[in-house]
Write a protein that binds this ligand. Structure first.
Ligand code: GUN
Length: 294
């Protein structure tokens, strides 16, 4: 078993981005600027937004966090989104999900200008990605593709099984890996809660992407000897062994699957750090008007 070290790759990429930002600024260009909207006080959302802010500082971006209370009106939030769309100093922005129940996630996402949608959640970006046009790709699938590329993991002609069909991970990673690109050209099967004989299907895979959000779901008996295993799960569970009182579990039963896998991503330190870096990469693209030239 060999570990896919997402933390190391993420640090390498951050260094690459920091160097590029330095050059942009030395050349008289504008500092890339990411904004994040956060509503309420959800612990996980606070942590993610905190990590995003810190990462921006590390690479030399400006970052702005806009906070709203739980009871903010949908209209107020929509107005703020429209203002950010028009704000020429903001290159890209995200609205941290989930939002309170009285606000429609979809309505807010669709209000974001596609050219500033660095999360890649807007239907225009998803649609452009599906037909192979330049688009912002959402952070987790983009991070997985980057890991596969940097570790030279062969995908062409390989059997990939994706467990989970979310709009943010399962669906986009399936499309990206089936596309006529490198990495890509894989034969992809999407599985989900209604899949029959899941174990049989997964055990044929050269590459398994576990993205169902069910802690330690994937066990060694489901995995082919030598397979590449990518674990997207991050379930926070209480722990008396950590300082924070929490620990993270993936969707893969790591110790036993690691013995059988060829390559495997750990949790933490695998896909997680890559998602933040993908957001930075998208923000840099936004600041260079790479996807949507003006
Ligand atoms: N909530 C959980 N993951 C994400 C993400 O990648 N982006 C946003 N905006 N919200 C999230």
């Amino acid at each position: 078993m060999k570990i896919i070290d997402g933390k190391k790759i993420a640090n390498d990429i951050k260094e690459e981005i920091a160097n590029e930002v330095k050059q942009i600024i030395e050349g008289g260009g504008k500092t890339p600027h990411l904004a994040a909207i956060i509503v309420g006080h959800d612990g996980a959302s606070e942590t993610y937004v905190g990590h995003k802010e810190k990462a921006c500082t590390q690479v030399g971006f400006n970052s702005t966090v806009l906070r709203f209370e739980d009871d903010v009106a949908e209209d107020t939030l929509l107005r703020r989104v429209h203002e950010l769309n028009e704000d020429s100093d903001i290159d890209g922005f995200i609205v941290q999900l989930p939002l309170p129940k009285h606000i429609s996630d979809q309505k807010i996402i669709e209000a974001i200008a596609p050219k500033k949608d660095v999360d890649g959640f807007h239907p225009v970006n998803l649609g452009r990605m599906v037909i192979g046009l330049p688009a912002y790709i959402s952070a987790t699938p983009a991070g997985i593709m980057e890991l596969i590329e940097r570790y030279n993991i062969e995908t062409s002609g390989k059997e990939v099984v994706v467990i989970g069909r979310s709009n943010i991970v399962g669906k986009p990673i399936s499309i990206l890996l089936a596309q006529k690109t490198n990495p890509g050209n894989a034969t992809v099967t999407i599985t989900h809660s209604r899949t029959k004989n899941l174990k049989e299907v997964v055990s044929k895979a050269d590459i398994v992407i576990a993205a169902l959000g069910n802690a330690e779901f994937l066990t060694a008996d489901m995995v082919k000897e030598g397979a590449t295993v990518i674990d997207v799960g991050i379930t926070r569970v209480k722990s008396d062994k950590t300082k924070s009182g929490w620990k993270l579990l993936g969707d893969v039963k790591f110790d036993e699957v690691a013995e059988k896998a060829g390559w495997i991503t750990p949790v933490p330190g695998g896909v997680g750090p890559m998602t933040i870096v993908s957001l930075l990469q998208n923000t840099l693209k936004a600041s260079k008007r790479e996807i949507y030239p003006e």
